[in-house]
Design a protein around this ligand. Structure first.
Ligand SMILES: Nc1nc2c(ncn2[C@@H]2O[C@H](COP(=O)(O)OP(=O)(O)OP(=O)(O)O)[C@@H](O)[C@H]2O)c(=O)[nH]1
Ligand SMILES: [Mg+2]
Length: 245
C-alpha cells in the first residue's frame, strides 16, 4: 500500500515505475509539479537498492498532497509494478493518469500537450513513429529493435499503431477504471502491450501524439535482450487471452 494519505483530487497523476532511479527521480518530480498546481506524482518503486524511495519520501513530506510513494517489496518487475501503479493511480481519483519512465526519456512538457490532444478519446499514446516524433541519442541497435518489435507486435496482435512499445501515455481515469487491470499478468515491459490489448478489447478510443524520446543520460538501464525477447513471446499469450483475431 502507498505510504502517504489520500490527497486532494488532482487533474493529472503521473504514475512512474522506478528501479534504481535516484539520480533522476527528484528532478523529474520537481519538473512535473512545476507544470501545474493540480499535477501530482505516484512513484512505484520496487525497493531499489540505491535509495530511490528515500528521495521520493523526502519530497512527499514537503508535498503530501501531490507526491506519493508506493513501495513494493515482492514480485519485482516493470510489469507488476505498472499494474499495481495504474490501479492505485486510478483509485486516487485524478481526472487523468499519465504513465511515464523515470529517466527523462519521456519529457514532462508533453503532459499538457497530451491533455490538449485527448479530445473525446480515452488514451493518448506518446508516439515516436508519427510525423514530428522521433528519438534522440538512441543507438542504431535500439532503434532497429524498436522498429522490429513494432512490426512483430502488429503482426501477432493485429493492433495498429506507430509506436506500440511506447510507455508514455495519458489515460482518462474513467476509461482506465473500465478495464480489469487486476487481471493483467505481465511481469516485464510487455505490460505496455497488455494494456493496449485490454483497451482494444473494451473499445477505448486511442490517439497518437508525436513525442521526441531522449535516451537515458543518467542512471542505469534495465534493458536486456533476454527480457525484450521474453516480452515479445508474451504477445502470443495476449493474443489468446484477449481473443484478438
Ligand atoms: N518498479 C519497477 N520499475 C522498473 C523496473 N524495471 C524498470 N523499471 C522502470 O521502468 C522504466 C523503464 O525502464 P528503463 O530501464 O528506462 O527501460 P528502457 O527505457 O528500455 O532502457 P534504457 O535504455 O536504459 O532507458 C524506468 O522508469 C525504470 O526505472 C522494475 O523491475 N520495477
Ligand atoms: Mg528508459
Amino acid at each position: 500500500m502507498p505510504e502517504s494519505s489520500p490527497g486532494r483530487p488532482l487533474k493529472v497523476l503521473a504514475m512512474i515505475p522506478t528501479f534504481n532511479e535516484r539520480e533522476n527521480i527528484t528532478a523529474l518530480i520537481k519538473e512535473i509539479l512545476l507544470l501545474s498546481d493540480d499535477f501530482g506524482v505516484l512513484v512505484v518503486d520496487d525497493d531499489s537498492p540505491d535509495g530511490t524511495a528515500d528521495a521520493v519520501r523526502e519530497l512527499a513530506q514537503k508535498e503530501p498532497e501531490r507526491v506519493f510513494l508506493m513501495l513494493r517489496k515482492e514480485n519485482r518487475g516493470r510489469g507488476y509494478a505498472g499494474i499495481a501503479g495504474l490501479i492505485e493511480a486510478a483509485r486516487r481519483g485524478p481526472d487523468f493518469v499519465v504513465e511515464m519512465d523515470a529517466d527523462f526519456s519521456h519529457r514532462p512538457l508533453y503532459i499538457p500537450r497530451f491533455l490538449e490532444a485527448i479530445g473525446d478519446a480515452d488514451i493518448v499514446i506518446g508516439s515516436r513513429g508519427v510525423k514530428g516524433g522521433g528519438q534522440v541519442g538512441r543507438s542504431l541497435g535500439r532503434k532497429i529493435i524498436t522498429r522490429l518489435a513494432n512490426g512483430y507486435i502488429m503482426a501477432v496482435l493485429g493492433l495498429y499503431g506507430h509506436d506500440l512499445t511506447s510507455g508514455f501515455r495519458l489515460f482518462r481515469r474513467s476509461a482506465l477504471q473500465k478495464l480489469p487491470l487486476e487481471k493483467m499478468v505481465s511481469k516485464g515491459p510487455e505490460v505496455v502491450q497488455e494494456v493496449l490489448c485490454l483497451a482494444h478489447q473494451h473499445g477505448l478510443k486511442m490517439v497518437e501524439y508525436p513525442i521526441v524520446f531522449y535516451d537515458r543520460s543518467m542512471g542505469s538501464s534495465t534493458f536486456s535482450l533476454r527480457t525484450a525477447l521474453r516480452s515479445l513471446i508474451m504477445m502470443w499469450r495476449f493474443k489468446m487471452r484477449y481473443k484478438i483475431k
